[in-house]
Unconditional design. Sequence first.
Length: 274
Amino acid sequence: MRHAFRLFFLLSVLAGLISLPATAFAGAAEGVEAMERGDYALGFQHLVPAAKSGDALAQYHLARAYEFGYGVAPNVALAARWYAEAAGRGHVEANVRVGKMNLTGEGLTRDAARAADFFAYAARSGHGEAAYLLAVLYLEGMGVPKSARQGIDLLNHAASLNYPAALNHLGTFYATGESGIPIHRGRAFELYHQAAARGNGDAMLNLGQAYLSGQGLPEDPKQAYLWLGLAAGYGALEVQILADRLRRDAARKVPAREQALIDERIRNWQPLKN
């Protein structure tokens, strides 16, 4: 049933592309440019008719405007509607966004099975976050049959696309042996480094803890001070709190002059794009 549903969507995409007037494509591009420079009134002037004509790019950016309140009062229901329209026409990012809305119930009825369908489409198109979210659904058995094998396959796929959360999650499996993965600490910390380099706060915390304790990596207070400092800036609130506390422990083993140099590195640090 789900495969038939996606096939119907893809056929609709092809039919829609054939029937779209050239002016719809032009209007979408002009609308996106206007929105990006903050001219929301002009953006809507171009996006609305293009979206109504079936242009997926216009539909996606109109959805974003309603979701985030660009030039209009936020309206999550309208955002969900336009994301769904764009997703139905094959817009990859719209598939991810409407999948998240199905997963959380934001603007749509909560439906993990539908979310999985949208994530699967985007994952097949090479979207790392979608592959990761679908992996989590399989690992947890939400909307799909629980399957560690499929979950791990998808985690590996997302990690191959350098999606930071997938790199960290897979690293944790190698560190703990969870889900049947053989423990391999060397591989775990290799993945943590890759995730941390791309701005993942959880991976930064994992590295900082390991360098501080000497568990899994050689004890190195300077590296601990560095990664815990980055985690305090990039992690979620609970990560920030723990990283800040542990960093004070690391600071006792790092001379003040070295701390100043590391602090400067942290201020100038930029995550890898991919």
